[in-house]
Ligand binder design. Structure first.
Ligand SMILES: O=C[C@H](O)COP(=O)(O)O
Length: 253
């Protein structure tokens, strides 16, 4: 946690979920009491097909709905793509950009990610910019170099604590049940905080830094208590309302 930063617990449903899953989202929304809403921000990013319906279903509950990706252009001849303008129109509040699955599956570079984040900002939405090293990069002792390079090239110059969230997701921890040690997470997040403060001064000090990678109800308290960890980006455990809510509970004061 960081004093003066309201944590964010964000769920990324990835390519999972049809309309009959919306009850998981409405259950989360209906369970956010005043204390939880005061303590943290909550967000679920379902597949694009569900954004509009989910956003309509959770209006004024404290839970907001985001997207998992967007194109860098706002419109045009890009078959199959979705723009930040369309996501804003569907009432998304956040857009994840640069997730390692996009970087790997779709060859997205940090430069592409930055352009996507800029497109998100143009629409007045919040970009969740993901960074993180592979197992090989970690084994080669390059974790901090990779984070530094990805942050430098993926995060737009106009970023502020209001329009940008950073998510540190070690690729080898995603969906594996394996997490870094608390001291490894602390080191990575302290390093990111220093880099962001150097570049964005006071705004860098206030940007939310999420940890992602096998966050579950059983390890959330330990991970969320780490200095400079201002929330979580949760994959598998966000699919069930009970698990997602249990992770949110780890922030209850
Ligand atoms: O965006 C979420 C992350 O990729 C983490 O996924 P996971 O919680 O299933 O490991």
């Amino acid at each position: 946690m960081t004093p003066d930063i309201k944590p964010l617990v964000a769920g990324n449903w990835k390519m999972n979920g049809t309309r009959d899953w919306l009850s998981e989202i409405t259950t989360v929304a209906g369970s956010l009491d005043a204390d939880l809403r005061e303590t943290m921000d909550t967000l679920i990013c379902p597949p694009a097909t569900l954004i509009y319906l989910a956003a309509a279903a959770v209006q004024d509950t404290g839970l907001t709905i985001g997207a998992q990706d967007c194109h860098m252009a706002q419109s045009g001849a890009h078959t199959g793509d979705i723009s930040a303008a369309m996501l804003a129109d569907a009432a998304a509040t956040h857009v994840i950009v640069g997730h390692s699955e996009r970087r790997t599956d779709h060859g997205e570079t940090s430069d592409t990610v930055k352009q996507k984040a800029e497109a998100v900002h143009e629409q007045g939405l919040i970009a969740i910019v993901c960074v993180g090293e592979t197992k090989q990069e970690r084994d080669e002792g390059r974790t901090l170099d990779v984070i530094k390079d990805q942050l430098a090239h993926s995060v737009p110059d106009n970023s502020t604590s209001a329009n940008t969230v950073i998510a540190y997701e070690p690729v080898w921890a995603i969906g594996t049940g394996v997490t870094p040690t608390v001291s490894d997470v602390e080191e990575a997040h302290a390093f990111m905080r220093r880099l962001l403060e150097d570049r964005f001064a006071g705004e860098g000090a206030l940007m939310k830094l999420l940890y992602g990678g096998s966050v579950k109800p059983s390890n959330a308290s330990e991970l969320m208590a780490v200095r400079n960890v201002d929330g979580a980006l949760v994959g598998g455990a966000s699919l069930k309302a009970a698990d997602f809510l249990a992770i949110c509970e780890s922030y209850r004061s």
